[in-house]
Design a binder for this molecule. Structure first.
Ligand SMILES: [Zn+2]
Length: 403
């Protein structure tokens, strides 16, 4: 179809061509001369219906050689349709492997409730929750609260947070370096990327709303969680904690949980969760984007794909890309908030590529592993100097909080 010869197109269709009242017909469709085709394409797409609908309209009205491909291109490159396209489909859920033990990987989030601010920290292994109330929302106070938690549990290998300024400040970077832990930021404006924190915040808020949040949190910490088969307290400390619920004294003695059982349970629960999640959202992977590719960005909370941008690189976070907007601003966005824009300067070639499926493949990205790219809105990820281990996986993690 590359070099489409109009004459050859007519020749192939000659059995269906006829003439009536000075018009050339293809079956009962009017054959449109070259000069008018662009305008007719506009007419076919009035109302911005989809490809099938536009083709149906053409089938009962007009024809010319190669009209099908041109309708496809028209619909595919229509700015209006692009801007108002519904939200992209969900991608399959990523589940991260369970850390090797308690307090190795933690996720933090800040939340507000009834005018008060709280720092919430959740341990990925045990699902244990720490809540600290904040009188100010400065980086300093967040650091201070984290330090106190580190006194109790030690320094984690990895801390996951969003891009709140408290976590991106120079002060926080100093703290991270001095204490020696990796800092992973989840893709901004993509809560799903920080699913564990999101769900933990809900649990924590539910706890904070109660008349005695301390009792509520203790109750949570002492309740076995289906995903691990043990209570957060048991996994964190090797023993059950005493609450207001009467128990045998023996129950409160140290009974370390077999750490082999936890990953088994966790994997079963995550598999089931992933299955239902993917089914619920009809999740499929979106095609990869290449550096230099033109995209449209759905901005924070926006409904439209209005903002044009260019892909700079893949971000080290899974499914995230670094894009540059026309005004030079760099953004990191999840793939789901980026829509590929086909180049329209060479429709024929583009069409061929699209048809051969070559359009969005063969990206020659450097792999995220081992490339220490610095990104504008987040901190670099460094290996803890005290551990000497290779950089850990930077996949955003999700987990089931309970059940
Ligand atoms: Zn349209």
């Amino acid at each position: 179809m590359a070099e489409f010869s109009p004459v050859r197109g007519f020749h192939a269709a000659r059995a269906h061509l006829s003439e009536s009242d000075g018009l050339v017909l293809y079956q009962d469709r009017i054959v449109i001369p070259t000069m008018l085709r662009s305008n007719i394409l506009d007419q076919l797409h009035v109302g911005h219906q989809g490809l099938t609908e536009c083709r149906e309209r053409a089938k009962s009205s007009v024809w010319w050689p190669g009209i099908g491909a041109q309708i496809t291109e028209k619909v595919r490159t229509c700015d209006f349709c692009r801007e108002h396209k519904p939200t992209q489909r969900w991608e399959p859920l990523l589940t991260a492997p369970l850390p090797g033990g308690p307090w190795q990987r933690i996720v933090t989030d800040l939340c507000e409730l009834e005018g008060k601010s709280f720092l919430i920290v959740v341990d990925y292994f045990s699902r244990d929750i720490e809540i600290a109330s904040l009188t100010t929302s400065t980086s300093r106070q967040v650091i201070n609260k984290l330090k106190h938690m580190f006194v109790r549990w030690g320094i984690p290998l990895e801390l996951v947070s969003d891009n709140a300024t408290q976590f991106t400040s120079a002060e926080f970077q100093d703290f991270r370096q001095k204490y020696g832990f990796n800092h992973i930021t989840s893709s901004p404006h993509y809560p799903q990327g920080n699913g564990a924190a999101e769900r933990a915040v809900q649990t924590a808020k539910h706890i904070l709303k109660q008349p005695d949040p301390c009792l509520a949190l203790m109750s949570y910490r002492s309740t076995p969680i289906a995903a691990t088969g043990a209570s957060p307290a048991q996994l964190m400390t090797g023993r059950q904690i005493r609450t207001t619920l009467p128990v045998l004294e023996n129950t409160l003695l140290p009974h370390p949980v077999s750490h082999d059982l936890v990953p088994q349970k966790d994997s079963v629960v995550k598999k089931a969760y992933k299955f239902f999640y993917n089914r619920r959202h009809s999740a499929h992977s979106l095609p990869e984007l290449c550096p230099g590719q033109v995209v449209r960005v759905k901005l924070d909370g926006g409904k439209d794909w209005k903002t044009p941008a260019k892909v700079i690189s893949r971000s080290k976070e899974s499914r995230s890309y670094l894009v540059e907007m026309d005004n030079g601003t760099m953004l990191r966005r999840n793939r789901r908030h980026l829509q590929a824009v086909p180049e329209i300067n060479n429709p024929t070639e583009q069409q061929q590529q699209a048809e051969s499926g070559a359009l969005q493949q063969n990206c020659d990205f450097p792999t995220s592993q081992g490339t220490a790219q610095r990104e504008p809105s987040e901190s670099p990820v460094l290996t803890s100097p005290t551990l000497g281990s290779p950089p850990r996986s930077t996949t955003p993690v999700r987990m089931t909080s309970r059940g």
